[in-house]
Design a protein around this ligand. Structure first.
Ligand code: FAD
Length: 291
């Protein structure tokens, strides 16, 4: 199929892009186009205007400063995946990126595009939620910071205003002494996750769990933190039995019942992935592998 008619705006600055969004009733932003172009072609999206930000200068950088990895709006997935600077600050990001689609898609798709697209089964939004990151957005009213916990509303729906664009994503560095893991279950390699788990675990000096941050994609209508699982882990000795018992607390968070088994299958997958992710994170924390 071919897209419905739309106006095409090649913005040359963030201000121009924001003004163009404000000037039309219904706009979309063209970043990597990996999700948008199929949506236009299938007429799932029929906007008045497409605002292309590929020619906007200053949106293509990755930097590490003040304990965070900052990723500009036009940074492609593959750039972040291959960035040694980002890896040194937070190796979790490379692991997450390796699970997003396939290399040709990652060559074009952008980090901020994935966050704005907000697919409930996508890996990057879950990573932003797990790390307690944020995005910088700009609209006609100026710039603001939106915490990951306030960004995602529903599947493919964020709290961005219609005139706003994401200019940067901020992923906090991994805490000192923490281990990390991202694991997912997909039907085929490169697919969106049936369920995915992102874990950052900080063991204490005796090998018990001092802190845990765990999030999931695919199990609900948006990426979610799993506070019940986290609370059940902290203070335990991180033994397999303790982790299995904590993982069972995911059940109430699984609201995506779309598995032909009323959610039972996804609950089982999510529990198993939590056990695997925590075990990997703990072993990495012990060996500081990849850091
Ligand atoms: P675009 O397609 O350009 O835009 C997508 C949406 O985000 C649009 O609504 C647009 O308005 C909005 N948008 C983009 N940038 C901004 C911005 N800076 N500010 C405000 N709004 C913005 N993704 C996964 O996460 N996991 C997968 O496993 C996965 N598998 C895929 C498999 C295939 C075959 C394909 C084609 C895609 C897959 N994707 C997957 C999607 C891919 O990662 C997309 O690149 C990504 O979701 C969107 O990034 P983009 O830069 O291409 O955004």
């Amino acid at each position: 199929m071919k897209p419905a008619r739309f106006e095409y705006v090649a913005a040359r600055s963030v201000e121009e892009a924001v003004a163009a969004r404000a000037a039309h009733d219904d706009t979309v932003v063209l970043a990597g186009g990996q999700s948008l172009i199929p949506m236009l072609n299938y007429r799932v999206a029929q906007p008045d205007a497409v605002i292309d930000i590929n020619r906007v200068p200053g949106l293509g950088g990755i930097s590490v400063a003040d304990g965070a990895v900052r990723v500009g709006a036009m940074v492609r997935h593959r750039q972040l995946e291959l960035s040694d600077e980002a890896f040194a600050a937070n190796p979790l990001l490379r692991e997450v990126m390796g699970n997003v689609a396939h290399i040709p898609i990652r060559n074009r798709g952008t980090i901020c595009g994935s966050l704005a697209h907000a697919d409930a089964a996508a890996e990057l939004p879950a990573a932003l939620v797990c790390l307690g990151g944020s995005v910088t957005v700009q609209g006609t009213g100026g710039q603001r910071t939106v915490a990951a916990s306030d960004l995602f509303m529903f599947h493919m729906t964020t709290t961005l205003q219609p005139d706003e664009i994401i200019t940067e994503a901020l992923f906090p560095a991994l805490p000192d002494g923490a281990g990390y893991a991202f694991v997912e279950m997909t039907r085929r390699h490169g697919d969106y996750a049936v369920a995915g788990i992102c874990a950052v675990i900080t063991p204490d000096a005796g090998g018990g769990c001092a802190a845990a941050s765990i999030s999931a994609c695919g199990i609900a209508e948006k990426p979610v933190r799993l506070p019940d699982v986290e609370a059940a882990l902290v203070g335990t000795d991180l033994s397999e039995a303790a982790v299995r018992a904590a993982a069972a607390h995911v059940d109430g968070a699984v609201t995506n019942e779309d598995d032909g088994a009323g959610g039972r299958y996804r609950r089982k997958v999510a529990r198993t992935l939590i056990v695997r992710a925590v075990a990997t994170a703990v072993s990495r924390a012990a060996g500081n592998a990849g850091q």
